[in-house]
Design a protein around this ligand. Structure first.
Ligand SMILES: *Cc1c(COP(=O)(O)O)cnc(C)c1O
Length: 381
């Protein structure tokens, strides 16, 4: 089976893990600190503006919980967070889990990214934040969205899971708003099993979220062995959780981060190859990335095509599966998830969810495999 996503891990990652074993400290420690430092450099922010946590979903829960307290969102009951419906379930769970209401909005039918117009339609006096994604790594047109947020005092949060290395006007996505969260889970470009970086514009916020993710422990109390007596006594600032990352995970991440630019380059090449091989197939629309700024870069996280209708899309998916090619559609519209009981009608997203299919794309995908996939697509009709 040709996988849709696949990590690229090797002996270097194994060596790094071996080193951690030998150190006799596998918990959160120097490797985790080093990853935070290196990643902050990679995205061009200060070390104090980032922290690691164990998943992007957890990061989004932490951000919403923190904001709820900091900005007194509980005075607005229920507070609303606007989320593009083509998005990740963890984002809306984070809002509901903190007593808020996710308000789903439509997206552009071709880029599957949200634009400021779709956001505007849903702004009410209860709107506290917007949490958006950059679909498949292609950046949203952020300038008007950032302006809107500033004008209206709305917090801007980026779910940056698709766009690990994307930039907008030369600046890393995830750092364009007030908060951002990355994912390094098993299906992402940079993988570490599970892991995430949380970004906050204000280092003080990051410090507080970081405390919250480590039991609420105050750092000058026990547990940190910097106190010289009665180190078993401690205090907490709040009833925090424990959602830290260990050094085994971070050691893998450090190697992956060194390889990241190479991964992105490999994905770009494969993306272009698909474009080229499918350009004469008249019944397929290939991705139409809307390049939103001169200095914007994609992370090439997914390659997707759009078909004439739902039946063709579904039959093509089945045909490819029979030929050992796995495809999928990301992300099924949140407003159609029964649990959320949304009554919204978002026609672009609904249409896209019926005609869009994501093809295998990862840095290890062989050129012959792309040839095979595109040949099979051509054979289908
Ligand atoms: C994978 C993904 C997430 C979740 O990341 P985890 O680290 O698994 O919690 C969030 N948002 C998007 C868009 C994703 O693709």
């Amino acid at each position: 089976m040709i996988n849709i996503f696949q990590p690229m891990l090797g002996w270097k990652e194994l060596e790094a893990v071996k080193e951690v074993f030998a150190s006799n400290w596998i918990g959160t420690g120097p490797k985790t600190e080093e990853f935070q430092k290196n990643f902050s450099e990679f995205i061009g922010v200060d070390r104090e503006q980032v922290m690691m946590t164990n998943s992007c979903t957890e990061g989004m829960f932490q951000i919403i919980e923190f904001c709820k307290n900091k900005y007194k969102w509980h005075n607005t009951i229920p507070f609303e967070v606007i989320i593009p419906t083509i998005g990740f379930v963890g984002a809306s769970n984070a809002v509901i889990g903190n007593g808020g209401t996710p308000v789903f909005c439509d997206v552009d039918e071709r880029s599957l990214n949200v634009t400021v117009e779709y956001i505007k339609k849903h702004i009410t006096h209860r709107t506290t934040a917007i949490m958006l994604i950059h679909y498949a790594g292609w950046t949203c047109d952020m300038k008007p969205i950032i302006d809107l947020c500033e004008e209206q005092g709305i917090i801007l949060i980026e779910d940056n899971a698709c766009s690990v290395a994307s930039t907008y006007k030369g600046k890393a996505t995830g750092t364009l708003g007030d908060y951002g969260a990355w994912s390094f889970d098993a299906m992402k470009t940079l993988v570490m099993g599970d892991g995430s970086i949380v970004y906050g514009k204000n280092p003080k916020d990051v410090e507080e979220i970081s405390t919250q993710s480590y039991l609420g422990l105050l750092s000058d109390s026990g547990y940190s062995n910097t106190v010289d007596k009665k180190w078993w006594e401690y205090d907490i600032s709040s009833p925090g959780r424990r959602s830290v990352v260990n050094d085994i995970t971070s050691a893998i991440g450090l190697v992956q981060l060194e390889r990241l630019n190479g991964f992105i380059h490999a994905r770009k090449t494969r993306h272009e190859l698909y474009d080229d091989m499918l350009k004469d197939v008249s019944w397929i629309k290939t991705p139409l990335p809307i390049v939103t700024s001169e200095d914007s870069k994609s992370s090439y996280y997914m390659y997707w095509i759009q078909l004439e209708d739902e039946q063709t899309r579904d039959e093509l998916a089945m045909y490819l599966k029979k030929n050992d090619i796995y495809t999928t559609f990301r992300y099924y519209p949140l407003h159609l998830v029964p649990y959320y009981q949304s009554t919204e009608q978002l026609p672009n997203a609904e249409r896209a969810s019926r005609n869009t299919l994501c093809l295998p794309l990862h840095q290890g995908l062989d050129i012959n495999e792309i040839q095979y996939v595109t040949d099979k697509i051509k054979d289908f009709k």
